[in-house]
Write a protein that binds this ligand. Structure first.
Ligand SMILES: Nc1nc2c(ncn2[C@@H]2O[C@H](COP(=O)(O)OP(=O)(O)OP(=O)(O)O)[C@@H](O)[C@H]2O)c(=O)[nH]1
Ligand SMILES: [Mg+2]
Length: 360
């Protein structure tokens, strides 16, 4: 009795043999599957034949921090690259609550109904823990999630925007090689994430809602400049008139910006993602943009420019990482920070000391 009281409720009675907590066959299966991770060649042929589970596995490798995984990812990307680039890449931004997820659901369904294959990705470096806004509200994309012609992947997590952006860039390539012809990349307007998304898409769409006649307040000039279209969402019910007014105001404001090198004049339109109205007109104007920039050569030029930009960005990112993770620099950096704080050293001199030490 005494002995028994020490035992927890999880213990079986003495004398009764303990069952194995894990079935041996199940365990063997797990071990075997771990050992037989598909090879790069298997994943490549899977992706090229449109196999979604191969695509997902490859994206997981792209997102990994394990060096072996990254090497495998690089091999896959290199093989996919000649099959990529056949899509239209659309960036969508807007403040939280503007209706991005609801819009992407309606827009995505519109596209798949037209026979397109749509991949939805996100760049949201703030969502390291929640794993991206997309996953958080997959309920808002209920229909699209179930659609076999759509693929939804939440934002990669990472410490830096540069890291998240690189993963998304590479994910675009994999999705395109898997046959997705329309890539939608969502971002919440935090930090520099809009600029990062702008530099990886062909068309940039700013989603807005009508306010109380102060539409232009608080909107960053840079974002207006980047936008190829401004779409005023929630143009339904009592909001219709206000949305129309907002459209006029945005149109007027856009005229104050210099002409775009693409030759495209940004458009303003209204929609209701909720009631699914105005969605077809948005696709029409994106198609109009696409044929314009493909015929005047801007489409290819911009993609080339973006490739160059990402090459340089990757170098910058890697150099910075290497510098800040250098053991000697880590120690010295704190010391120099203190010296600058105490006015013993100028910021410039401190930086030169650190760099001198690094390049020694
Ligand atoms: N009336 C109306 N409500 C809408 C419309 N689109 C979205 N909403 C509502 O607005 C709220 C926010 O929509 P979401 O799609 O989650 O917005 P979001 O931009 O993805 O928000 P975050 O993921 O937080 O950045 C939800 O309650 C939607 O139902 C619309 O066209 N009309
Ligand atoms: Mg959302």
């Amino acid at each position: 009795m005494e002995n028994n009281s020490k035992k927890t409720a999880l213990h079986e009675k003495d004398g009764i043999p303990q069952p194995e907590s894990i079935s041996k066959t199940a365990l063997d299966k797990v071990v075997r599957s771990r050992k037989t991770q598909p090879s790069a060649a298997t994943l490549i042929s899977g992706i090229l034949s449109g196999d979604i589970s191969a695509l997902s596995r490859a994206i997981t490798l792209v997102e990994s921090t394990n060096l072996d995984h990254l090497m495998k990812a690089n091999e896959i990307i290199a093989a996919c690259l000649p099959h990529a680039n056949q899509s239209l890449r659309i960036g969508i931004t807007g403040v939280p609550g503007v209706g991005k997820s609801t819009f992407i659901e309606a827009f995505g369904k519109h596209l798949t109904a037209m026979g397109k294959k749509v991949a939805v990705l996100a760049v949201d470096p703030s969502s390291t823990i929640s794993h991206g806004s997309i996953l958080g509200d997959k309920t808002r994309m209920e229909e699209l999630v179930k659609d076999k012609n759509a693929y939804i992947r939440p934002s990669a997590s990472g410490e830096t925007l540069g890291g998240v952006a690189r993963k998304t860039r590479e994910t675009i390539i994999l999705c395109e090689a898997a046959g997705f012809d329309t890539i939608v990349i969502e971002t919440v307007g935090v930090g520099q994430s809009e600029t990062a998304v702008h530099s990886m898409v062909d068309f940039f769409l700013l989603l807005k809602i009508s306010g109380a006649g102060d539409e232009l307040q608080g909107i960053k000039r840079g974002i207006m400049e980047m936008a190829d279209a401004i779409v005023i969402n929630k143009a339904d019910g009592d909001n219709v008139a206000k949305a129309k007014l907002a459209k006029t105001e945005f149109n007027r404001a856009l005229h104050l910006f210099p002409a775009k090198t693409s030759g495209w004049i940004p458009k303003v339109t209204t929609c209701s993602a909720y009631e699914k109205t105005g969605i077809d007109a948005i696709w029409d104007l994106i198609s109009e943009y696409s044929s314009l920039v493909k015929s005047n050569g801007y489409f290819g030029e911009k993609r080339q420019e973006q490739n160059q930009y990402w090459m340089m960005e990757t170098i910058n990112e890697q150099l910075k990482n290497h510098f800040y993770h250098h053991p000697e620099i880590i120690a010295l950096l704190e010391q120099k920070k203190k010296a600058v704080q105490n006015d013993e050293l100028s910021p410039f001199a401190a930086a030169m000391d650190l760099l001198g030490q690094y390049f020694k």
